[in-house]
Design a protein around this ligand. Sequence first.
Ligand SMILES: [Fe+2]
Length: 296
Amino acid sequence: MKTSDKFDRSQEDVGNSVHMEHVNLRVPDQQIATLFYVTGLGLTREPFLMSGLENMWINIGRHQFHLGPHGVPQVLRGHIGLVIPDRLALLQRLELVRERLSATYFDVQKHDDHIEVICPWGNRFRCYEPDGQRFGRILLGIPYVEFQAPIGTTDGIVRFYQQALKLQAQKQTDDKGSLARVKIGLGQHLIFRETNQDQPSFDGHHVQIYLNDFSGPHRWLLDRNLITEESDRYQYRFNDIIDPDTGRVLFVVEHEVRSMTHPLFARPLVNRNPIQTNRAYAPGHDEGQWGMPWNA
Ligand SMILES: [Fe+2]
């Protein structure tokens, strides 16, 4: 078989999932959510869709958080990776909201290459600066979601994503143990890291992905009674990640699966520049100032 000696063309293969757009977490208080996501993290309330009190969409680059109101808050078992430029400005914004969030789980811990932030309801985020390397050219966004999976599940999780969803998935080992790394978009991954910590049961949060081959995975899941919702012509959902060899359930998290023909696919999202204030206003810099040096 001929190969190019100039480029490894497989580096540019995306796999069957072309984009993870949103992570959905229920939060019971929009004012506190605004303090955390908009004022603290510096992200943007989606202005066009779901702009009322029923649901709150928060834009982060080409990605989103969907924050459903009412009821018990949902807490993801693991953490969510974020890329947010300007570590110092982020730390200053988080400091500004600290007092008003003092009665919540909110916390900030500085590490060498990231800032760990706990949301008012206990969700954990790791905020990295864009460097053009670790998460590709994501300047602002959600590059990964890392779940804490039980010991001994990595091989089966890799098989599930390869066989059921036709995704690129591989087992990796590092100093903390085994993990499954699943490619779900440009610079985006789902990570399942084995841990022996006791995990709370699944509480209903979800991740949303767009598949190129939409019907093939649906057939595979339907054959095994794994489809939990036939939402509409462009979308279905499932919860259970099973070992294809044994049928054993390895991990549970809701996947909202959309086709690339979904009307919202690749919708442009507005992102403000949080450094812009009314007092230091500079015309033309309301958005688009997020960035990194291109020689990074
Ligand atoms: Fe969703």
